[in-house]
Every structure is written in structure tokens, then in C-alpha cells.
Design a protein around this ligand. Sequence first.
Ligand code: URP
Ligand code: ZN
Ligand code: ZN
Length: 464
Amino acid sequence: MSVLIKNGRVITATDDYFADVYIEGESVAQIGKNLAVDADEVIDATGRYLFPGGIDSHTHLDMPFGGTTSADDFESGTIAAAHGGTTTIVDFAIQTKGESTLKGLDTWHEKAAGKSTIDYGFHMIVTDMPVERLDEMNRLADEGVTSYKLFMAYPGVLYVDDGTLYRAFRRAGDNGTRICMHAENGIVIDEIIREAVEDGKVDPKYHALTRPTRMEAEGVYRAIAIAEVANVPLYIVHLSCSDALEEVKRARMRGVDVMAETCPQYLFFDQSIYEKENFEGAKYVMTPALREKWNQDVLWDGLKFGHIGNIATDHCPFCFKDQKQLGRGDFRKIPNGAPGVENRMSVMYHGAVVQKRLSLNRFVEITSTAAAKTFGMFPKKGTIAVGSDADIVVFNPDRREVISTKNEFTHHMRVDYSAYEGYEIQGWSEIVLSRGRVMVRDGSLETRGGGQFIKRAREGELLR
Ligand code: URP
Ligand code: ZN
Ligand code: ZN
């Protein structure tokens, strides 16, 4: 099968030019002006941008959490992602405490295999790591799982102590992989929560009020210090606030290999949303919590100047009707997480490019290229280049949509609300190709399934 995309404006993290792109099989075979080739299919991309397929390196599909399971599985979640211009995800497999991480990996392979419509990789959530099992981390890396997430939050669930952090960090530093860190001081936060609940403070807004930004900043500081001593590259997930970003900046200034991810929700929403009536604030209960509004400008500046290097969604949807309700009358029981995998490219394009905060190249970098480079998928993923996978979004920069569960063009996630309900965006993924196959065209799914597991490379290695 061959596809010729004609007259598009090719945007990568570094380039911006008009060209035809010729795809043979699964990869890009030629790029040039007026290519004289015959193709099985010709797509006219006049007036459209060609972006490398979006990469969302932080999703939680089919994840047991908070007494329930995230509402999207690998089938629905990856179809929704494809509709939104994302052609690769890196999801989080979980190790059951006391069991092998490799067993956790098998479980996630079973969840995804044959169901995923787009390509996927896994990080491994490490919930314990005694010395005698450290070699598992090498085996994971051999299996293409070259990053691990550890938690300072959620004591009694996913939390690990500093000794475990150090052990895992050391091994990751030795075996050429990367640590992803959920950095919040969960031990102190749990005390603050206890005090609040004793005072009868149980509404959703107390989720935010019991998680001070300083406790996120402390976690970031501590993770950086441990990573520095252990000599491992560090990636702070879902960084939400100025206080935490200050710690990242300080460390980068002294040459520590740390980068930060933020998520669209921290750029577009603030903690006042928790005041919504009828328990609707629960829709936005996620961790870290939404912050005071002024943090948003600081995060946008972080993206502009490079202190924040990547945008991922932390897509972790729970239905309002029967899952978020678990926490009515006790915010501690609201399953933490919100949907977003389908909306990331559009809301970021709108906020970054249409609203003139970031350049087109930087938009591509933070929605695709940086994740590919950071997580061992470049240059197979994350760019449009000869030899790269033909993961391409034909993007209409003028198309406007109002995001809504009722809008067939903006909502395919299996969750009964949209975090962005009523939000008007400009810029829409019109045709989405994954390894040369048209997945989505004008809002219709043309190809279902066929997503492949990506065996990711170690730090500094290229994936071809
Ligand atoms: O609220 C969130 N973020 N849920 C998913 C788990 C995590 O901490 O990433
Ligand atoms: Zn987290
Ligand atoms: Zn997460």
C-alpha cells in the first residue's frame, strides 16, 4: 500500500516547508516538491499542516485505581486518541506489590494486545523493589520498557519510601533507563487530609486545599536530589505549579538531567472549578490537584523557555455517574483522574499556536518529538522524515469545534463527561495515519486495531 500526501506544509520540531510526502508500506519513503510517483491513494493536503503523529506519554487505560477501573480500555482509549491526532501512547503498567514487575508487564500486554488501534509502549509502575529483585529492572529494559514510574504520593497504595527510590534510581542509572516521578509528599498530605476530614471538610474542593504546592515542590526537590546522587535521568510527571517548576529550573541550572512534563489541564483549568455545584467539581479531582490560576502563565512560560519539555494528558477517566460518585460526602474516595487523550492536540494547538504563546515548531516538539526522544522512540516516531514511521496528522488549522460529549467530532472516549465541555477550539486533526494506514478521516474511524507494542530504546540509543 502506498499513499501520497500532496501540497501539505510539513512541520517538525525544527523544520517548516511545503512538500509532498510519499509513504510506502509503513514508513515515509520520499519527501520533496511535486513528487512524480504513483500511489494507491492520494491525499490533497492543500491548506493543511502535516504534523508527526501525536505522542501521549502518560495514559492510564484499563487501570484499577481508587476502588474502580479507569473507564477507557485499550480499545476505546486508543480509538479516541486516534481521533484526536495521537498515534502513540506510553501507558503505565503496574507491578502488584510483592510480585514481579515482569508479571505486571504480562498483565498489561494482555490488556493491550489485539485491542489497541495505535502503537503503544509501557512504563512500569514500581511499587516495591527489594535488592534481590533489582535485576528485573534490566529484564524490563530488555523487553523495551525503558522507564519506570515511582510514587511519593498515595501512601498504602502506590507510595514507595526513599530507600526504594534510591535503589531503583541507581539501577535505572546503571542500565540506561529513565525514572518518572510522581513527586508529592504523600505522607504529609495524608496528615493534612486527616485534619481536614476531622473538621468535616469533605467536599471536592478540599482535594486541592489539602495538597499544598509546597508539598509538590518538596517532592520534586527530593526526587532531584536522589536522582543526582544516583546519577539517573529524571522525568517529573504531571508538574502542576510554579513552586515545583522552580525546583526543576534550579536543578537544570546546575546541570542535573531532569525534565518536566505538564498536562493541558494545568494550563487551562484552575482550582476554582472544584466549587462547581452538584458535586461537578469531582470531575476535576486529579493528582496533583488543579492550582491557583496564576500558575498557568508560569507553566506556559516553562514550556516556552524549555524548562517544561513535554505535554502529556495523564488520561485517567472515571465516569461521573457511577465512578466519581464513590466520593460523594468524602473527597478521599473520589477516584483520582480525568479524561483528555482525545483533546490534547487540539487544545494545545489552540492554546499554544492560535493564542500565540508558542511557535508551530515548539508545538510539535512538546506534543510529539520530545516524548519520542525522551522515551526511546526517536526517529521511528516523533518526526516526519525518510525512514520514519508514517505516523502523520493532516491538520486543519482553521477548523473550529466546540468540545462536547455531544459533538461526534470531539468525543469518542468512553466516559460520560468532557473536562473541556463547551470549550471552543481552532485546529483539528482531519486525517490521521498510523504507519501508513489511514485510521481516521473527517471524524470517521477507517481502521480499527492493528496497534503494535513499541520496544523502546535505552537512553542515548536510537530506535529505527
Ligand atoms: O489523578 C491522577 N493523576 N490519576 C492517575 C494516577 C497518577 O498519579 O498519575
Ligand atoms: Zn502520578
Ligand atoms: Zn498518571
